[in-house]
Design a protein around this ligand. Structure first.
Ligand code: FES
Length: 237
């Protein structure tokens, strides 16, 4: 599965309808696709582009910019080990080396069974838990070799399923209430936004020639005046 289908397609359309400009739904749709498949497939990005009236390359351009969006397959659990300064001082690098050995992959790699992907990450703002790790953006720490091994065992055995859903699922609670905006209100807001944008464009189109004229040397200077610039041959005595 990679294009939106059934409920996810209906939800995607409701998300799009929330925004005066359709492209504003780009990030929410990327997360929706990632929750569906665990990562952003090419088909999903094409479908998102269709829904938003964009080119697939624009979706890829945005998705590839953000760390939380993955345009390549990742495991069910994405483990990020922080090696930034606070974690580094507390043994973050040793923890990363241990994790690589335990999982049998280098940072950036995924285990053969597709369960774990290991990443080295920058500060994730959990410095008080150094050295720490994130699993699907849930925080764990401070971790040592033993507690890391226990964490991996618990994840593999499904003992943390309640706390750590599979990669891509940011929240098990799907927000419905905010989506209950009357479609006519959204349409009115979209119209107002389009009108304002058109009038801004018209205003800048009118201003541009004026600014160009004002910027021409001597264009506003009265005839016979130097326009403030020294003139050759005058006042040289
Ligand atoms: S340095 Fe590791 S969480 Fe801040």
């Amino acid at each position: 599965m990679s294009r939106f289908t059934g409920d996810s397609l209906a939800y995607a359309r409701r998300l799009v309808s929330l925004y005066p400009q359709r492209r504003s739904a780009l990030i929410p749709l990327c997360h929706l696709a990632q929750a569906q498949d665990g990562w952003l497939t090419s088909d999903a990005m094409e479908h998102i582009a269709e829904l938003l009236g964009l080119e697939p390359a624009e979706v890829l351009g945005t998705a590839s910019f953000y760390d939380m969006l993955h345009t390549e397959p990742v495991g069910r659990y994405l483990i990020g080990i922080c090696t930034n300064i606070a974690c580094l001082l507390e043994g973050g690098m040793e923890l990363l080396e241990h994790a690589a050995k335990r999982l049998g992959v280098h940072p950036g790699g995924t285990t053969g069974d597709g369960v774990f992907t290991l990443e080295e990450v920058e500060c994730v703002a959990a410095c008080n838990r150094a050295p720490c790790a994130t699993v699907n953006w849930r925080f764990f720490g401070p971790l040592g070799a033993d507690s890391f091994d226990r964490l991996v065992d618990d994840l593999a055995a499904g003992r943390l399923d309640q706390d750590v859903p599979r990669h891509g699922v940011l929240s098990r609670t799907v927000r419905r209430r905010g989506l209950d905006v009357a479609p006519e209100d959204v349409a009115a807001e979209r119209e107002r936004s389009d009108r304002e944008k058109a009038s801004r464009l018209a205003a800048s189109a009118t201003e541009a020639p004026k600014a160009a004229t004002a910027g021409t040397p001597g264009a506003q200077a009265p005839k016979g005046s130097s326009g403030g610039h020294p003139q050759p041959g005058k006042g040289s005595k």
